[in-house]
Write a protein of this length. Structure first.
Length: 233
């Protein structure tokens, strides 16, 4: 399985966080969905981790609450935010909250996407590689294709309207909110769609990016809390 990012935030306390740089690798994969997102894999790797999301499983180590309302018992070593920040209400508030819960030597690992880069050429490339229809989270591209086709509108008119209607933050705005409070330790843009496509590997999508056929929609961000940002609202 590949991560569908249903569980948005993972707070890690019993580590220095340095090993989490590997999570920012665009080829990193963990089991996910109703099984608990990154939590089982991180626990298996020896981390003490809590999963925070309003739709989290009803199980030990998970908290059914918005990240902004969660109070860890002590500052944590790391926060992993997987495809979640583009959904939050107030980016500045959430970025500030992440900053608050992290130890001064902590680390933030973010996997995101820039929906604004999902242009007509990129959409066409993806839609040409859809697999058999299913009913899981990986079928989101087919739902977008079918909804767009039913709309009768040009893609570059339909998709920004869909994103705005769902209150999605652009990738550039997510990065700007993080840069206001964190110092980058790693940043990369690259493949994003391949887990939801049939017979497409990371390298295949990267090759299409390199050839200029599609745009890089995936974002990998690793940051360290900036001391001057502490206390900022």
């Amino acid at each position: 399985m590949v991560c569908s990012a249903r569980l948005a935030f993972f707070l890690i306390s019993a580590t220095d966080g340095s090993g989490l740089y590997s999570i920012a690798s665009p080829e990193c994969r963990f089991g996910c969905g109703t099984a608990g997102g990154f939590v089982p894999a991180l626990r298996d790797a020896g981390y003490a981790v809590a999963g925070v999301d309003p739709q989290a499983p009803d199980a030990p180590g998970f908290h059914r609450i918005a990240f902004e309302g969660y109070e860890p018992e002590q500052p944590v070593a790391a926060v992993v935010a997987s495809n979640s920040l583009h959904h939050v209400g107030d980016l500045a508030e959430v970025a500030g909250r992440i900053h608050e819960v992290l130890r001064p030597d902590g680390i933030l690992v973010v996997m995101e996407w820039g929906w604004e880069r999902f242009d007509a050429a990129t959409a066409r490339w993806c839609f040409d590689r859809l697999g058999v229809a299913g009913d899981d989270d990986h079928d989101w591209l087919r739902r977008r294709h079918d909804d767009w086709a039913a709309s009768g509108r040009p893609w570059d008119d339909y998709f920004p309207g869909w994103a705005a209607g769902h209150g999605l933050h652009a990738g550039r705005d997510v990065v700007a909110a993080l840069d206001a409070r964190f110092d980058r330790r790693h940043y990369a843009e690259g493949p994003y769609f391949f887990p939801s496509l049939a017979g497409v590997a990371y390298a295949d999508e990267q090759a299409a990016i390199d050839e200029g056929l599609i745009r890089p929609a995936g974002i990998r961000y690793v940051g360290a809390p900036r001391s001057s940002a502490r206390g900022r609202v």
